[in-house]
Design a protein around this ligand. Structure first.
Ligand SMILES: NC(=O)c1ccc[n+]([C@@H]2O[C@H](COP(=O)([O-])OP(=O)(O)OC[C@H]3O[C@@H](n4cnc5c(N)ncnc54)[C@H](O)[C@@H]3O)[C@@H](O)[C@H]2O)c1
Length: 284
């Protein structure tokens, strides 16, 4: 078996990265949270503090535990400080950016470090082609919000070693998550199945059959935790469009995967959802 995991470095302190860092620290890992943008890093720090305080208020953890968890996280902006047993990458959904940061981190880390990517729509096999020692690259797809959602898809690319995949699977369990192993394929499992939850909902609205509010209300009344429009706002319109586009391309422009003009328009206007204060709904 592979070596024990003590330190986790999360790259990217946005929506997903800050949540993943919180989960790592809550489960006892010494955690580094890195971002190139110090403002985003500060936002991530505030959001983790807020989430932990919420747990204190709900009496899930004590105030003392909150402090211990928070002290486990170091907020950093220098790649030279990104030294860990596992790197979890959660930066922009662009293959060149992901390959570039992983190669920079390969230079400062030992050769056995595992590179986990939180990509939701890129091919793990494509990412690993550009990285030194591609066998250590594994998909580790968390769901939003990472501290609350139990599922993690552990994705094996063409060159991923059994050891690296097993290490990440085990790490998910240590992080109190429910891992599911799958092979690299467009959308993995969840995004492939859920794509139509979003796309069909947008088609209904585009064609004037129902309003955004009605579609959400109906789906919630049938048992879904969140209607598709609220969920898209939470995910981020840009991220969700990137997933739609990549599935559409991967399936040779099959009509059923075609991105909706509604989401394209939202991204063009910068109405990216909750993180931007406005998406399909408005947020204060
Ligand atoms: N938003 C979701 O619901 C969701 C769910 C699962 C997976 N993902 C995936 O997680 C990743 C991040 O998504 P997000 O929603 O957190 O995005 P985000 O835009 O909230 O955050 C991305 C962060 O990456 C930082 N960044 C960009 N380039 C960087 C670099 N070279 N080095 C370090 N930091 C860099 C940015 O400053 C930003 O803080 C994407 O791959 C996305 O597909 C997103």
């Amino acid at each position: 078996m592979s070596q024990p995991i003590n330190t986790i470095c999360v790259i990217g302190a946005g929506t997903m990265g800050s949540g993943i860092a919180q989960v790592a620290a809550q489960n006892g890992f010494y955690t580094l949270l890195f971002d190139i943008n110090s403002e985003v890093l500060e936002k991530g720090r505030v959001s983790i503090q807020k989430n932990l305080q919420w747990l204190v208020d709900k009496q899930k953890i004590s105030a003392a535990e909150k402090e211990i968890i928070f002290q486990r996280i170091q907020f950093i902006t220098d790649t030279n400080d990104c030294l860990a047993d596992v790197i979890i990458e959660a930066i922009v959904e662009k293959i060149e950016a992901k390959v570039s940061i992983l190669n920079q981190l390969a230079e400062v880390n030992h050769a056995e470090v595992i590179f986990a990517t939180n990509t939701s729509s890129l091919s793990v096999s494509e990412i690993q082609k550009g990285v030194d020692h591609p066998e250590r690259v594994v998909g580790m797809h968390f769901f939003n919000p990472a501290p609350l959602m139990k599922l993690v898809e552990v994705v094996k690319g063409d060159q991923t070693s059994e050891e690296a995949a097993a290490s990440i699977y085990g790490l998910c369990k240590q992080m109190n998550k429910t891992p599911v192993m799958c092979k690299d394929a467009p959308g993995f499992i969840v995004n492939r199945v859920a794509r139509h939850y979003y796309l069909e909902a947008m088609k209904l609205v585009e064609s004037g059959i129902a309003t955004i509010e009605d579609v959400d209300a109906v789906m919630e009344a049938t048992g879904f935790k969140m209607g598709p429009f609220k969920l898209m706002d939470l995910i981020g319109m840009d991220i969700n469009l990137a997933v739609s586009t990549s599935l559409y391309e991967a399936f040779d422009k099959e009509e059923r995967f075609k991105p909706s003009p509604l989401q394209v328009d939202k991204v063009a206007k910068g109405e990216l959802g909750k993180k931007a204060g406005k998406g399909f709904y408005e947020y204060n």
